[in-house]
Ligand binder design. Structure first.
Ligand code: SF4
Length: 226
């Protein structure tokens, strides 16, 4: 399995935000979102066996919540799924962040899936694999990163058309973050002002959760490995 980094921090997005979490960041992605903040994962990575990954996780103990992220972690599904099964058996609580393009059918049901639906301004609109809707449950969350009003309207219609709030535990709307943020821990680094997004949600009575990337407010936005 090719990894970029394993580290401990607080979970930054989703309904798990604020909880201490061990992050396992896998290398490689097959998408190229315009606002991607993880381009350093696209190439390289170091190869670790399943035993070596587990040993690295154990070094970061105590910690029972683990998130697999990337890049796109499901590009390494063949190695990742057995690792997940082993960690679940060891009593860990697992999350995975995925672009929504890769199939979810082999991800163990007990893993909390945070699944993106890419909006038009990402440049990867239309990449969501519609059959993945069938694999969402109440332990899972669907996330839209919103850069402008057009993205918001796309998300709103997708949520309504597919009754996402009934399929998943949460629906997240997250303002896109600047690719070149200042060092200020400020909403000025958001492409879309969160206040504007909230006003749209309230005006439409949208049953979704505003999601801010809180690690970019706890630490300087460009800091890696946090
Ligand atoms: S799917 Fe994630 S890692 Fe891949 S390009 Fe988009 S934001 Fe970056």
């Amino acid at each position: 399995m090719y990894l970029i980094e394993i580290y401990k921090s607080v979970q930054g997005e989703s309904s798990f935000a604020g909880r201490p979490c061990i992050f396992v960041r896998l290398a490689g992605c097959n998408l190229r979102c315009t606002w991607c903040d993880s381009e350093y994962t696209f190439k390289g990575g170091h190869k670790l066996s399943e035993d070596e990954v587990v040993a690295e996780i154990e070094k970061l103990a105590p910690g029972k919540l683990i998130e697999f992220t990337g890049g796109e972690p499901l590009l390494q599904e063949r190695e990742l799924v057995p690792l997940m099964q082993r960690l679940l058996a060891d009593g860990y609580e697992l999350m995975i962040e995925t672009s929504g393009e890769r199939p979810l059918d082999h991800v163990p049901a007990a893993v909390h899936k945070i699944v993106d639906v890419k909006c038009p301004a990402s440049g990867e609109g239309g990449s969501f694999r519609m059959s993945n809707l069938e694999f969402l449950g109440k332990g899972d969350e669907v996330k839209f990163v919103i850069a402008n009003r057009n993205d918001y309207e796309f998300a709103r219609e997708f949520i309504r058309q597919h009754a996402l709030e009934a399929r998943a535990g949460d629906v997240l709307l997250s303002p896109a973050f600047q690719k070149m943020p200042s060092i200020a821990r400020s909403t000025e680094n958001c492409v879309l002002d969160p206040r504007e997004l909230v006003e749209w949600m309230l005006a439409d009575g949208l049953d979704a959760r505003l999601s801010l990337q809180i690690h970019k407010f706890v630490w300087e936005p460009q800091k890696k490995g946090v």
